[in-house]
Design a protein around this ligand. Structure first.
Ligand code: FE2
Ligand code: FE2
Length: 242
């Protein structure tokens, strides 16, 4: 039996931005206007958005780098990881660098270290997920003993008078005394911004390290029933209404 065609040809497919994408911005709440358009036959986006590259049926980590992460994040992650690799750091640190901002690139920015860690936790060692989680808090605190200073970019991102909230301070302090501290600290050391001044590293450079330290599920990321499969699916279909 044929699958019914959806939506019917000619029907507009509307995208409702998620609340975290517009709350607090100087734009009208999009919900009332979009709901009103349903009267004219428009439907909401579900499934593949034709404006986005189609993901393979069983997506791998690098498929997300190729098709879903934003350009600036891809460049930032590949550059951080390439610099760690060139410096001869352990593979767990290189993979941590490659994944540390994955949430900003395809899911959510706010508390990105925590979201990113949760997203990768079923597929990497506990230590790598831990290091990704705490890099967010450790970024705000210098460690002169390893030559890490408060990032110059943060003065520009947040202004010179920004003070991180208590939970960040507390988590950084806890991380500072943890046995995996240096894994997370090394991520912050290589977490520097290069936008246009270096050539984009080839993602294939990391294939072997990913193969050894990232358990790609046979069913593809998003379809293996893991505790974070829904986060990968959200990255595949970011515009789904529900
Ligand atoms: Fe980060
Ligand atoms: Fe970063």
């Amino acid at each position: 039996m044929c699958e019914p065609e959806w939506p019917q040809p000619g029907r507009e497919r509307m995208i409702m931005p998620p609340p975290v994408g517009f709350r607090g911005m100087d734009v009208p709440d999009p919900e009332p206007a979009l709901f009103k358009k349903m009267v004219g036959g428009a439907v909401f986006m579900m499934g593949d958005n034709p404006a986005l590259p189609r993901m393979p049926e069983r997506p791998t980590l690098l498929d997300f780098f190729r098709h879903r992460l934003t350009d600036i994040t891809v460049r930032h992650l590949l550059t951080s990881a390439a610099r760690a690799l060139d410096a001869g750091l352990e593979e767990k640190v290189v993979l941590g660098c490659l994944l540390h901002d994955i949430s900003n690139g395809c899911l959510i920015r706010s508390d990105h270290g925590y979201w990113g860690a949760q997203m990768i936790a079923p597929y990497v060692s506990e230590e790598i997920a831990w290091a990704v989680r705490y890099h967010q808090a450790l970024r705000y605190f210098a460690d002169e003993s390893v030559g890490y200073q408060y990032p110059e970019s943060y003065y520009r991102f947040f202004g010179p008078d920004y003070v991180p909230p208590d939970y960040i301070r507390q988590d950084a302090e806890m991380a500072r005394n943890h046995k995996w501290y240096m894994t997370s600290r090394l991520i912050t050391i290589y977490d520097t911004y290069f936008f246009d001044d270096v050539p984009m590293p080839d993602p294939e450079r990391f294939t072997d390290i990913i193969g050894r330290h990232f358990r790609e599920p046979e069913e593809g990321l998003g379809f293996d029933g893991s505790p974070s499969a829904h986060m990968w699916r959200t990255a595949i279909w970011p515009n789904n209404f529900l």
